[in-house]
Structure formats: C-alpha cells, structure tokens
Design a protein around this ligand. Structure first.
Ligand code: PRP
Length: 201
C-alpha cells in the first residue's frame, strides 16, 4: 500500500484524473472525506503547505506539491518528477502604473513566501522588511501595508482585479512528485512503478 498526500484543489483533481487514466479506475473522494483507500493506494487530502510535512514525517510515502512550496520550506524529501501541470509563477506585484523603488532605505514586501522573497532581494543587496501574510496578499499594497508583494500568479486575474501588475518573475513553478527517503528504499519497486507510469503517460 502506498500513501500519497495531495494538495486540496486543482492539483489533487489533476493527479487523481491522471491515476484514473493510468490504472483505469475511478479515484474520487466523496464529499468532505480526507482519505480515499482504493486498490494499492491510500490518498490523503491535505493543505498545500502541509504536503511536505506528511512526506518528511513518513505519514505519506509520496506527495504532489508545487516547486514553490519545496523551495520555500527547503524540504528534506526526494524530488522525483516534474508532473508538468499546476504551472504558476512566483512574481513581484506592484500597483499598476508604478515602479519599484529599489533605492528606498527599506522596501516593505508582503508575502506568504518569506524565504524565497528574502533570498531574491538579498541576492540583489536590496534591503527589505518582509511582512508575512497567509492569504489575500494582494490587499497589502492597496492599504499601505507594503510597497509590493511577492505572490503566486496563475492566470493573473487576482492581481489585475486588485489594481496590481506583475513587475518581475522570481521563479516558475509546477507540481512535483516527491517521496519520503526511507519509503524510497523500503517501497522502491512500488514507487518506481508509479514513477515510470507517470513519467511515460
Ligand atoms: C493564490 C495566490 C493568488 C492567486 C493567484 O491564492 O495567492 O492570490 O492564487 O491566482 P491567479 O493569478 O489565477 O488569479 P489562492 O487562490 O491559492 O488562495 P490564498 O489567498 O489562500 O493563497
């Protein structure tokens, strides 16, 4: 039995559809259920930010998670495969029609990705004050909480609808298949079987 942690939302749906097409079985969660046991798999539905915790702790053998989360958490897992879906970008967002003033004594940046943000500005020797938020990041520049934001952009519509625009792309992200290091040894054949099926689908 392989335990696989999936992030609630579109990436979970896409992963379950992919498994359905590979194994010719229906992998659908019933309403509000967080666990699905079917055939040789147990799927766990968890928050995107928590996927690597389940995998690191061995509560899941495998996980599907965005590269942005893996880099932000510097997760101690095996990164097996870029699944080539769940594409998004981590961008600096500013108020439309303005410019980022890198000469400010300290730039205030609101983000839910403080480590990626700090690394980006440190590498450019730009002094920043990082304000960590857990959602609705786009609001911060509109109410004077920050000069700019660093956030995920998928379609760009959240920034646009809030009068912001991407000023700079920091990184591209997509969903990755990850594995617990011990599981990769103890369940190597099962994991490699999945890996090859996903890589060659
Ligand atoms: C993410 C991100 C943006 C939005 C971008 O938020 O933080 O707000 O998606 O998507 P778009 O470019 O397609 O508009 P999410 O919906 O995951 O909710 P959150 O605020 O809880 O992070």
């Amino acid at each position: 039995m392989l335990k696989i942690a999936l992030p609630k939302g579109r990436i979970a749906e896409q992963t379950l559809q992919t498994f359905a097409s590979i194994f010719k079985e229906d992998f659908s969660f019933s309403d509000r259920k967080l666990r699905l046991i079917k055939g040789d798999f147990e799927f766990l539905m968890v928050r995107n930010q928590d996927i690597d915790t389940y995998v690191i702790e061995g509560a899941a053998d495998l996980g599907v998670v965005g590269l942005d989360v893996l880099l932000e958490h510097n997760s101690d897992v095996l990164r097996l495969l870029d699944l080539k879906f769940g594409h998004c970008k981590v961008c600096i967002g500013i108020k439309k029609g303005t410019n980022l003033d890198f000469n400010k004594p300290e730039l205030k940046v609101a983000t839910s990705l403080p480590n990626i943000t700090r690394a980006y500005f440190n590498a450019r020797a730009v002094p920043v004050k990082i304000i960590t938020l857990y959602g609705s990041i786009e609001l911060a520049p509109l109410v004077g909480l920050a000069d700019c934001i660093v956030d995920i952009v998928e379609t760009g519509s959240t920034m646009k609808q809030n009068g912001l625009e991407p000023a700079q792309v920091i990184m591209q992200s997509s969903a990755f298949l990850i594995a617990n290091k011990l599981s990769f040894v103890s369940k190597k054949d099962e994991i490699l079987n999945i890996y090859h099926k996903l890589a060659n689908k």
